[in-house]
Design a protein. Sequence first.
Length: 728
Amino acid sequence: MYNVTALAGNPTYLIVSALDRNEYTAGASGTTGSFTGNGQTISLGDVGSDARGAGIVFTYQSSTGRYYSSIYGYFDQLRYTTSSSVGDVTNVSIYGTNSLNGLQRSAGNPWDLMYLASPDYIGSATLVTQPGYTATVPSQATPDSIASIADGFVGQAWNMNGCWVLASTIAAEAGASLPVQSTAVGFPGMANGEWIVAFNGPAGQSGNWQSMVHVGEMVVFLTAAGTGHITTCVAGSGATAQLVDNITYINPDGSIQNSANDGSPNDVIVATPHAASQEFYGVSASSVVIYELDTPVVTDTVAVETLPFLGVLSLGSLFSATDPAGKPTTQWQVFATAPTDALASGGLTYNDHTAAAALTVASLSGVSLVAGSTATTDMLQVRAFNGTYWGDWQSLAVTVAGTAAAPPVLAQQTAAQTWTAGAAISLVLPAGTFTDPQKLYLTYSATAADGQALPGWLTFNPITDTFTGTAPAKAMTMGITVTATDASHLSVSDTFYARVIAPPTLTMATANQVWAEGKAFSLTLASNTFTDPQAGTLSYTATQSNGQALPGWLTFDAASQTFSGIAPTAAQSVSVKVTATDTSGLSASETFNASVQAPKLVISVSTQTPDQTWLDGQAVDLKLSGNTFTDALGLPMRFVAFELSGPDARTWLHFDPATADLFGTVPTSATGTIRLDVIAWDHHGLVASDLFNVTLVSAASSISSAAAFSALQHPVLTAPMFPTLPVG
């Protein structure tokens, strides 16, 4: 029954536990089965309620790699002898643990193990004794086989045993032993090989559990009357579910008519399927466990299909599969019942008309039904495999009639394509591009629109209807034709155009620029800086080469491709990136540097002020000529005056820096020569000096033509002898 392989001694202990729960009535024989090993026998004893049990603990031996009991020997040599009682049902369970935690004393009591060791539960096998049973027990169950076997018990008297014995017998005959937890209410459900738990009320799951009941499932619950029960769904689902068990109901609220009475005139007879609403009346979800088989469920995506004579029908879109445990479908089996039709796959034809001779494939997408020339209704039969279990067969009726075949139809024109030169190409035709009135399988081919082969840079995959390749480096346009052909050799074509576009190119690179500090500038890109292979219109943008915006003093007019602005007054450099983009979004860029530099000559003395002679006692006013100084950049200048030598004139000689005007009244009897220096500077801090002498003479000896001066009040002359000049 079991094949156990320990992984590096994990688990350390195996517990073998038997539960014989025949709900012992007065007429029951009370006989049970027994374990035998190493010459020792252990029979099942009373463990309370209506159950008998026994159990043995085996310990892993690292020297042998086997599990061993000092009394009963090796686990792999243990034998179980079934009861001689007719209809006896025994559940033999295996638990694995790395810590006994008192389980050794509980090994012989299945109730204790279910409470204490359910996390260590591995699985169960159900042993049923039936006289004269000759059939081969299936290797797995399906929902339909559970329902069919349950229906086979209808009409039988079921006095000697209860509901769990009936459900366990149904499951065992179908080929999937129920978990031991199914024998009592209130235990969280546990998976047991093919059985999984679809709803687990005792584990805290809640919700509309009744809507989750389907064919082939078994439901454990506490009835409204307070008794435990297990039943089998044989038809319908949810609100329409039909159940088979050993209870006869007389009212919709779950009232029962009879109970086990050992063969009296009121025998318990397994009734015909009845509405689940009777049994589920007043049941709390917290007591419900739904056991479901882990078998894929196949459904039809269409109700019926029609094929013309000799037509071909692809099966890939006609069926879908789901798995209760979420496993993927790894295989399919299919056969057609009509002997006049056939199946086709991979270019071969198969005359598979029975389940035993079904065609097995990894996917239905490459399988087709090929109709003959005989009018018939063919039943396609399909089932799925989840890597462990097969599901039930699902049928689809296909009517084969002598209707005339029509060619395929171009249902969706492929749009014109635009591909970029040098870029990878991937174009998948939509699934609905072509349709076939007979739903025949279509094959595809592709050529250039003129019938020539596709160019070497473009490949077409007829299986996936996909174009791939790498677009050529030059701009071009070509027509492409795709043809769909059905099994009757009728065809239709789809022609579309593909345009290969190339990005703009840099034709004339812009030279690096030098702009003077503080000066206005303007730079217009050459008209042939960029060219577009498609002769399209280009749009332009400009940034710094690092992607940041241009500095505030630099403006770019995209319409005229012109840079303009006023250079900053400090030397610096900016790397400028110009990008030209065509109407398809393709672009090219160039980068150049613009340097802002200071001029070498800033201020110079253009007209030297001549030496002066002033009379004592007279007012003087000397305004420097407007062209005394020249700034090469045309920048505004400031002025300051200094007395370099001679008698101190600071008390009477004044200077107006705004007008570069020297004025004052020469003191009486003033004599001597004053050395003056008028300095001009700009905000760069560069300067120029105008040096000249003023000779003071007595009026008595002055020249007769001395000019008259007006007496004005002005600031005192700046301190002499090269004081520090202001900057900026």
